[in-house]
Design a protein around this ligand. Structure first.
Ligand code: TUI
Length: 312
């Protein structure tokens, strides 16, 4: 599975672990990188001090490349952007905005930068300002999402830019990875599938809920506020959507989600917390180690791509 992405990042498999807020901490990132993928530490809303500590702990567990995801809506985005560069991180991904103002600093530090984008326009802007690749994230993803599906977004972005495209959103097995290559991607990013791994430190209740989820079990809150977030349906999404339909204010709606992800990930309150997950949760059926998972994904993908026939 050697592609432009494995060569660019110096990794074995073109499989990147999503920089999931609260979920993507150093145990998971190190395990994914050790298994030959690219592990990512999700900085989310954390301060730079936390990110520095996470980077140092990851380095104790692996010599392989790993990355940091800078969530651009964070109040700490600027200090995190600087800390990641100073700590010698090899790869930076970004989410929930445009990282244009940090690009020069990161490129001067020799970092490979791959912004997550949800539109052709932002992908083109990222190419112009020096991105090494873009992660095209469809709205099947968990967490904060855009408007367009992976199936429609990835080929449109692949046509629009000359840098490698990584597909994200709705991918959980070798079929999804093979399909992503057919759409023009040179790699994939997966989040939901990595939540249910041995090394992922989220509360067991969270993993159980992903394992039990069916195809129709996610909901998108915040369509009226512009902060669309996909999560597994529970009391919180039910109440949020009811209030949203009644025209509740932004402040009132934010009260329902504030700290909700932490509540689900850390406290295991999967009824009232925010259990962010992609639509592919229904494909996640067993807990594995990151090594076994990546091996299996590679085998499934290679088998499909090698012996492809219309009839099988
Ligand atoms: O960022 C994500 N996923 C996330 S961030 C997050 S933390 C959070 N929680 C609640 C509310 C808000 C944030 C949880 N999940 N994925 C990458 C992504 N980026 N998806 C969509 C976008 C995006 C959207 C609009 C990127 C850029 C953009 O417009 C920027 C511009 O200037 O055009």
């Amino acid at each position: 599975m050697k592609t432009e992405i494995t060569r660019l990042l110096g990794i074995e498999y073109p499989i990147i672990q999503g920089g999931m807020a609260w979920v993507a901490e150093y145990h998971l990132a190190a395990a994914v990188s050790e298994a030959g993928g690219l592990g990512i530490i999700g900085a989310a809303n954390a301060p730079a001090e936390w990110v520095r500590w996470q980077i140092r702990e990851t380095k104790k567990l692996t010599d392989k490349p790993f990355g940091v995801n800078v969530m651009l809506m964070s109040p700490h985005a600027e200090e995190v952007a600087e800390a990641a560069a100073r700590e010698g991180v090899k790869v930076i991904t970004t989410g929930a905005g445009s990282p244009e103002k940090y690009m020069k600093m990161w490129k001067n530090a020799g970092i490979k930068v791959m912004p997550v984008v949800a539109s052709v326009a932002l992908a083109k802007r990222m190419e112009r300002c020096g991105a090494d690749g873009v992660i095209a994230e469809g709205c099947e993803s968990g967490g904060h999402i855009g408007e367009t599906t992976t199936m429609a977004l990835v080929p449109q972005i692949a046509d629009a830019v000359n840098i490698p495209v990584i597909a994200a959103g709705g991918i959980a097995d070798g079929r999804g990875i093979a399909a992503a290559f057919m759409l023009g991607a040179k790699g994939v990013q997966m989040g939901t599938r990595f939540i249910v791994t041995q090394e992922c430190r989220v509360h067991e209740n969270y993993k159980e809920m992903v394992l039990k989820a069916k195809d129709i079990d996610t909901r998108v809150t915040g369509r009226t506020t512009g902060h669309q977030v996909r999560a597994l349906r529970n009391n919180m999404t039910g109440e949020y959507l009811k209030k949203e339909a009644e025209g509740a204010s932004l402040e009132e709606l934010e009260l329902l989600t504030l700290g909700g992800l932490r509540r689900a990930v850390v406290d295991g309150d999967v009824k009232n917390g925010s259990v962010m997950s992609g639509q592919c949760a229904g494909l996640v059926k067993e807990k594995m180690t990151c090594k076994d998972l990546i091996q299996r994904l590679a085998e499934e993908t290679e088998k499909l791509l090698k012996g492809f026939s219309y009839d099988e």
